[in-house]
Design a protein around this ligand. Structure first.
Ligand SMILES: [Zn+2]
Length: 205
């Protein structure tokens, strides 16, 4: 699996990190995937297409055959209409999104690049949040579900606690979050520390 983070570092644009996911050897059976599309900023689409032009995508294959949206916030989904128009991908998302939407069920299997993946419904940051987990490599694409929680001052819905508890049970080696850098070491410890701090914080219905 090749994971290509796509992020246009522009202080005037609030956008997530998108991840372009490709098979290692460009087999015809690979599913070229974009996880989150970034914001609707007009420069984002051309930036992504430029970056994608630099990599082999498989003969006759589109750069993006499917999109996975971790949730519907604007900084993750704004680029969808432009990509839809140009590349016509299938879109997996919890809520109806894109021209070729595929509804997501918790635990749904999906091929990503050259690996089997599982889509997990992890509500909390938003009702519609999902994560993509690749069990073969212990890779988690967490959208906005995971972020560093270092104190007991926050207030969290019970659904979020449940989602963190679930993620803490997975054998995760690398986390690719929706914002910031990947966590390549101590991923499980990172989640358990966040969860511990959440357990000591205010939890509401
Ligand atoms: Zn968000």
């Amino acid at each position: 699996m090749r994971v290509v983070p796509l992020f246009r570092n522009d202080p005037s644009d609030y956008s997530c990190v998108s991840y372009w996911l490709l098979g290692e050897n460009n087999h015809a059976s690979d599913r070229n995937t974009l996880l989150d599309t970034g914001s609707a900023h007009p420069d984002n689409l051309s930036f992504m297409l430029r970056e994608m032009a630099l990599w082999p995508k498989g003969i006759g294959k589109r750069a993006v055959e499917q999109i996975i949206l971790t949730h519907a916030h604007f900084d993750h989904t704004g680029g969808l209409p432009g990509l839809d128009g140009l590349l016509g991908p299938i879109t997996y998302a919890w809520l109806p999104s894109g021209q070729q939407h595929r509804p997501v069920q918790d635990g749904q299997a999906v091929t990503v690049g050259d690996q089997p993946g599982i889509l997990l419904h992890t509500p909390g940051h938003s009702e519609d949040s999902i994560c993509l987990f690749l069990p073969e490599t212990g890779t988690l694409f967490s959208g906005d579900t995971l972020y560093r929680i270092t104190d007991h001052l926050g207030s969290y819905p019970q659904a979020y606690v449940n989602s963190l508890e679930r993620l803490a049970e997975l054998n995760i080696k690398t986390i690719y979050p929706g914002h910031g850098h990947p966590i390549a070491q101590g991923a499980v410890g990172f989640i358990r520390t966040c969860l511990d701090n959440v357990h000591h914080s205010l939890i509401h219905g």
